[in-house]
Write a protein that binds this ligand. Structure first.
Ligand code: CMC
Length: 378
């Protein structure tokens, strides 16, 4: 509830104008559009590369533009030497999101445009494209090392989604699996003024550089109220463990005032359209694998939490989808980051191109008119 211009958690506050994405609730359902295209259309008709091009460049690519974009991404997939060394040296216990944050920071030093002005639009787009390619490789490379396995180099014949899955699991995914993973990357790619995107915009609004904005965003995404929720959602599903336990488990958690991760949203109060699409992918892949156990457990949880007016958000179905795809749990949030970097970069560039410093006010509630006493009398 707003009080004298104070909106707790900035709820409902419009901090920026944007032409990148829009969220509305229509007829009780959430609608999300990237640059005017509904995500239902995008997820079923374009891959991650096309969605990323749309976000960064404003329009869907022509065949020629997509070919050039793919070539630029593939050429940027290899990691620079200093990052390879650091990925091998960071402590094994470091969380993959912390490693990713450090990786983005290190990539700044090796970027060919590192000396470009912070306001150089073309250089910022080039930096963004390289980050899209390299963050994926860095996540997979580190995962292989952390599991005691040899890193798998990128494969030029594969697109972004299939190449990442192969670099992590060692296997080229089936077409249905590739499509589902690619779709999840499209759905994670952008989401208006969410917390991590806002953090990126605040950072570059000081005319700091693009990489600093993305470092801030990775750090912000890590928390469990935001991107960290997809790993927590899987833990919830495992803790419930069987369809028959769902009702009592949810009632107990809510009675203890626990947060059910993967449910609820600041903007969508009725339904998160990304969750609706991802649930379909989950069903398809579970059917392909001939094992619907987690679908049968997820359903009664959804029903029980839904009764409290909390719809599932994007992180609820993505957790089990990634499990079906054989992706280690600790990579769920880094995958969110490697997809969202397209949206983060598009917003950071939009902010810089139309910049005004983002600097809100605080509403002071502390004591006033205090005198400073001698140190021995305090
Ligand atoms: N489980 C239990 N109670 C909840 C939940 C939840 N998932 N979400 C909201 N509530 C309750 C909350 O306890 C509070 O109740 P009360 O008024 O009795 O104290 C009320 O709803 C309002 O909560 P809030 O935190 O003020 O609401 P918000 O608009 O800030 O919530 C949210 C947004 C995402 C932080 C919250 O729904 C939540 O914590 N969800 C779980 C974490 C999660 O799934 N995050 C992912 C969000 S979507 C994609 C992404 O960014 O990754």
């Amino acid at each position: 509830v707003a009080q004298d211009g104070y909106y707790p958690g900035l709820e409902g506050v419009i901090s920026s104008q944007t032409a990148i994405s829009n969220i509305v609730e229509r007829d009780g359902a959430g609608v999300l559009e990237y640059r005017g295209y509904r995500i239902e259309d995008l997820a079923s008709r374009v891959g991650y590369e096309e969605a990323a091009f749309l976000l960064l460049h404003g329009d869907l690519p022509t065949r020629l533009q997509l070919g050039d974009f793919n070539e630029r991404l593939r050429a940027a997939r290899d990691l620079p030497g200093p990052l390879i060394r650091v990925l091998g040296e960071l402590p094994g216990s470091a969380s993959p999101m912390d490693v990713l944050r450090t990786s983005v920071s290190l990539l700044a030093h090796d970027d060919p445009d590192r000396d470009a002005a912070a306001t150089d639009h073309a250089a910022n787009v080039r930096k963004a494209e390289r980050l899209i390619a390299r963050m994926a490789t860095a996540i997979a490379y580190r995962e292989r090392l952390a599991s005691g396995l040899a890193p798998i180099p990128p494969d030029d014949r594969l697109g972004h989604a299939a190449n990442f899955l192969r670099m992590v699991t060692g296997e080229v995914p089936s077409e249905a699996m590739r499509r589902a993973f690619d779709g999840s990357l499209v759905l994670y790619a952008e989401h208006e003024l969410n917390a991590s995107t806002f953090a990126a915009r605040v950072t570059v609004s000081t005319l700091s550089d693009l990489h600093s904005g993305i470092v801030a965003a990775v750090g912000t995404l890590k928390g469990t109220l935001h991107g960290g929720a997809n790993e927590e959602a899987w833990k919830l599903l495992e803790a419930v463990g069987s369809p028959g336990r769902a009702e009592a488990w949810v009632a107990g958690a809510l009675a203890r005032h626990e947060r059910l991760m993967g449910f609820g949203h600041r903007v969508y109060k009725k339904s998160d359209p990304r969750a609706v699409i991802l649930k379909e992918y989950c069903r398809e892949i579970a059917a392909e694998k001939g094992d619907d156990r987690w679908e049968r457990i997820a359903e009664p949880i959804e029903v029980a939490v839904g009764r409290k007016g909390l719809p599932p958000n994007v992180d609820w179905p993505s957790a089990r989808l990634y499990h079906y795809l054989g992706i280690p749990l600790r990579l769920y949030t880094p995958i969110f980051a490697m997809a969202r970097v397209a949206g983060w970069a598009a917003h950071a560039i939009e902010q810089i191109d139309h910049n005004r410093l983002l600097r809100p006010r605080g509403r002071y509630i502390g004591p006033t008119h205090r005198g400073v006493s001698e140190i021995d009398r305090r």
